[in-house]
Design a protein around this ligand. Structure first.
Ligand code: FEO
Length: 394
């Protein structure tokens, strides 16, 4: 998809697809790329809603120019979110369209100065304010901390399109199809969950507050700044984000393990097989090889979590330490956790795992398995018992 696409009357997608960035935020893999969605409303006042990453300015600008009526320019740029994947193009946009007014809330405009300096005419808006474009009336809804303090959403009261910023967004480009009725929905839901857990999850409570605020709006289209635009079922991204924000889980188990010489892995296999025999086939991740963005996403929708690793220099196996740091940062809660640890000459992993559970108030399912050396038949039986107890508790 190379052109601009209509979402609603006078309303066009002028975003770009990014297949070049391999790690979003220099952290999260992008096997299906990512889109930076921006939208143009061609009314008496011509308004750009959000922009794109600076690197993609030329394509973005070409799409905008193709839609501008002869002799017309941009009147407004509404910034729902200041992060540079949506504002990197601003500096040049405002030099190309010097008469353009930048619209944002107080925090947006503070950040605008911090990132790009002064140099624009600005219009500060507050919660509920209306901007009249002619036939379209835009209403602004402040939704702080979804996932930055300045985040807001813009609702077109004329067409029912909600420009939601990062909320309801997902990884994956939209070159296979922009709309939810055009795409492989299951694939995109997976990329959406990974986007949510990687980027937004820490602020789940604020997402729920935002969703609460949106309940009264008659949405016809949900248009986020990343990924699919939802026109067939605009309620679906909202309900998915609500579920994930509330950390509602399936009765499923993720087994995340690290193993240096195969001994911990043998214990993990016993637990995993025992779970499967009890009707719960776990999702198993080797934390040294599965990127944390996938492991965290699977954990997010699973009630049960078995963590297994050896002791490394009296502490946790480093990839496990890194995974736990992500989970703690994202405020994981209300999970059943089980632990399998091993050591050669000094323990340490068990203590660290138990401290993790305590900090996050997670329920530890017994027995905590701690094995010296390769593990005995009795140790394997303990792993089976842990799996059995976990299955019963789900
Ligand atoms: Fe897509 Fe938070 O920027």
């Amino acid at each position: 998809m190379t052109g601009s696409f209509a979402l609603a009357r006078d309303t066009y997608w002028v975003g770009v697809n990014d297949h070049e960035t391999d790690l979003f935020e220099a952290l999260w893999p992008l096997p299906y790329g990512v889109s930076y969605n921006a939208y143009l409303i061609v009314d008496e006042k011509i308004t750009l809603i959000d922009a794109v990453k600076g690197h993609f300015l030329a394509e973005h600008l070409r799409k905008i120019r193709n839609l501008l009526p002869t002799g017309k320019s941009l009147d407004y740029l509404v910034i729902n979110h200041m992060e540079p994947d949506h504002t990197g193009a601003i500096d040049i946009l405002r030099s190309v369209f010097p008469q353009m007014t930048v619209v944002g809330n107080k925090k947006t405009l503070d950040m605008l100065n911090a990132f790009y300096g002064t140099g624009s005419t600005c219009l500060q808006v507050g919660d509920g304010d209306i901007l009249d474009l002619g036939s379209h009336k835009l209403q602004f809804h402040l939704t702080p901390m979804v996932h930055w303090p300045e985040t807001m959403m813009t609702f077109d009261t004329t067409t029912g399109v909600l420009f939601s910023g990062d909320a309801f967004g997902g990884f994956g480009t939209v070159d296979q199809g922009l709309f939810d009725d055009e795409i492989d929905l299951e694939l995109m839901k997976g990329e959406m969950l990974r986007y949510f857990t990687n980027i937004v999850a820490r602020y789940g409570q604020m997402v729920l507050k935002a969703i609460d605020k949106l309940q009264v709006l008659p949405l016809t289209v949900v248009a986020p700044t990343h990924g699919t635009v939802w026109r067939r079922d605009p309620s679906l991204p909202v309900s998915l984000y609500a579920r994930w924000s509330a950390q509602e889980c399936d009765p499923a188990v993720v087994v995340a393990y690290g193993s240096m010489y195969g001994n911990t892995y043998r214990l993990v296999q016993a637990a995993a097989r025992a779970l499967t025999e009890r009707g719960i086939t776990p999702t198993v991740h080797d934390v040294a090889r599965s990127h944390a963005s996938y492991v965290v996403a699977d954990i997010w929708t699973s009630k049960g979590l078995i963590l297994a690793c050896p002791t490394y220099n009296t502490g946790l196996f480093p990839p496990m330490e890194s995974l736990l740091a992500f989970l703690e940062n994202k405020l994981l809660k209300d999970r059943l956790v089980g632990f399998i640890t091993s050591y050669a000459w000094a323990g340490g992993a068990r203590k660290a795992l138990e401290a993790f559970a305590q900090r996050l108030s997670l329920e530890v399912v017994p027995p905590v398995v701690e094995v010296k050396g390769a593990g005995t038949v009795q140790d394997l039986e303990q792993c089976v018992l842990l799996a059995s107890n976990m299955a019963q508790r789900l």
